[in-house]
Design a protein around this ligand. Structure first.
Ligand code: 5GP
Ligand code: MN
Ligand code: MN
Length: 487
């Protein structure tokens, strides 16, 4: 399978038998070499799957669940739960504080901040509000409203989230398949009656927490690109040069996971009952044609999980702000944006209403696009939050018109270069920790998790070169890590 190069950072992967629109591949030569065979096979399998009209493979692409992590899959007629993934609406959010970088130079202040944050927002699989002292306790009544309605004003108010943050979300609420909250309430009642969500109260108690693995909170210094257009865009995003900001990565925790796993199982069983073949023989690519009860059930479950993730992120940001105010009294903070990289959204692609599945991919809509008309970002394009790694930094980008070529999407990070076991085998713990010390980046972990080390991920500067050279987006600001909170 050969990727044909059309430009410095653009190419395509033809389909078997030249059968339809090829897969668009974003990446320089070095990035093109980084895709392993499983990743390319998965890209072709997802492109050839029923109802799929377009697939884009981004520079952060690597093998995933059915479809590669780091791809976009477009279908006007079908919904694919696998490519949304087990962590429904895994997302990034960025909080800009008004604290000058000098205020956190000394290690003791940063240690105090780490402690104040981990007392409020737990990390680790299965952990929730009860695991830490200063979490916000959310009861089942409020939690039920959060998952069925999302970040509506009174849910935000009850949780101490500034209600204006809802306008800084890619989507602040998700509705059921028929556009109503009632559909979600009915579906949730059914799911609970089936006993699908073991210990619902406990899952609700995970609102305001990061979870384990690759999820993180990271304290940054915002460095705005030194060009007039970037300074203007950064200003309207609410970014402040040389000041502290905080980047968060997490999703829908155990609640979203159980919803997704339940859907995979349901659809797999239906395929078997109906003797429907899995696309390319891969059960991870089960699907439901839109308009069927199966598709409706999936869209409702996805919305429930997505609402959890939205309220989870907003609550984390409110708690992080509270932690900064405890250590540095008088600190102010404003949410810059909250944007997902594991979600399917209905959008217009190539003039046609379609479900755009972003599987480790980020929406990238530029200034003037109709879909941003009622948002604070109509005249700039919305912020694109791209984590890289703590050592090489992360960025805030903004889309350019060229993103039309990639279904209004870019990558969602650097992407894994090594699997977790491979990283544990080949990387050296002492060298990883020394790297953090040399860059004066603190962490809550005594030893940095080796499978999360910067070198377990692809070359982030090369990934960014790919995005910019392909004309998809440009960098508004860099984020330089000062401490990382991981499991
Ligand atoms: P995901 O796990 O959602 O597929 O990956 C998100 C992206 O986050 C990865 O591709 C990687 O580039 C980035 N990432 C992972 N860990 C960290 C971290 O600790 N700090 C930063 N800034 N980025 C990270
Ligand atoms: Mn993620
Ligand atoms: Mn996730």
């Amino acid at each position: 399978m050969t990727i044909h190069k059309t430009d410095e950072a653009l190419g395509f992967l033809p389909l078997p038998g030249d059968n339809g629109k090829p897969i668009t591949v974003v990446g320089t030569d070095a990035i093109r070499d980084s895709f392993d065979q499983t990743c390319l096979d998965q890209a072709v399998n997802s492109r050839m799957a029923p109802g799929v009209t377009d697939v884009i493979l981004n520079p952060d692409g690597h093998a995933g669940y059915g479809a590669p992590v780091g791809c976009v899959m477009v279908s006007p007629t079908h919904i694919y739960p696998g490519p949304v993934g087990v962590d429904i609406k895994c997302s990034m959010s960025l909080l800009q504080l008004d604290i000058p970088e000098d205020a956190i130079v000394d290690k003791a202040t940063r240690r105090a901040l780490i402690n104040a944050i981990v007392e409020r927002t737990p990390t680790g699989a299965g952990r929730g509000q009860r695991s830490v002292k200063k979490a916000r306790r959310v009861d089942q009544v409020l939690g039920t409203r959060a998952v069925t309605e999302g970040a509506v004003a009174d849910v935000c108010e009850a949780l101490g989230i500034p209600p204006e943050w809802a306008s800084r979300c890619e989507d602040s609420t998700h509705h059921g398949h028929d556009g109503t909250y009632d559909a979600l309430r009915t579906r949730l009642d059914w799911i609970l009656a089936q006993g699908r969500i073991r210990n619902f109260a406990d899952k609700i108690g995970q609102l305001g927490s990061y979870g384990g693995g690759n999820h993180f909170g990271e304290c940054e210094i915002t460095r705005i690109t030194d060009r007039p257009w970037a300074r203007d865009t950064a200003k309207s995003f609410g970014l402040q040069d040389g000041k502290v900001s905080f980047l968060s990565h997490c999703g829908s925790r155990g609640f979203g996971n159980l919803l997704a796993q339940g859907q995979f199982k349901d659809l797999e069983n239906k395929f078997r009952t109906w003797s429907t073949p899995f696309p390319a023989g891969d059960k991870q690519l089960v699907y439901a044609p839109l308009g069927t009860p199966e598709a409706d059930a999936y869209l409702d479950d996805m919305a429930l999980g997505a609402n959890f993730a939205t309220v989870n992120h907003l609550l984390i940001n409110a708690l992080v702000l509270e932690a900064f105010q405890e250590v540095l009294p008088g600190a102010k903070g404003q949410l810059v944006y909250f944007i997902s990289h594991n979600i399917a959204r209905e959008e217009i692609v190539d003039g046609r209403k379609s479900w755009v599945h972003r599987k480790g991919a980020t929406r990238a809509i530029p200034a003037g696009h109709f879909s941003l008309a009622d948002t604070p970002f109509a005249s700039t394009g919305h912020p694109i939050l791209l984590p890289g790694n703590p050592r090489d930094g992360s960025v805030v980008m903004v889309a350019k018109a060229g993103a039309e070529r990639t279904a209004w999407s870019v990558n969602h990070g650097a992407g894994r270069r090594m699997g977790r076991k491979h990283a544990a085998r080949t990387l050296d713990q002492k060298a990883v920790d020394a790297d953090f010390d040399a860059n004066d980046i603190l962490s809550n972990c005594r030893k940095y998790p080796i499978d999360e080390a910067p070198d377990a991920y692809k070359d982030f500067p090369e990934v960014l070169r790919s995005v910019e050279s392909a004309g998809l987006a440009e960098t508004v600001a860099k984020l330089q890590a000062r401490f990382v909170i991981k499991d």
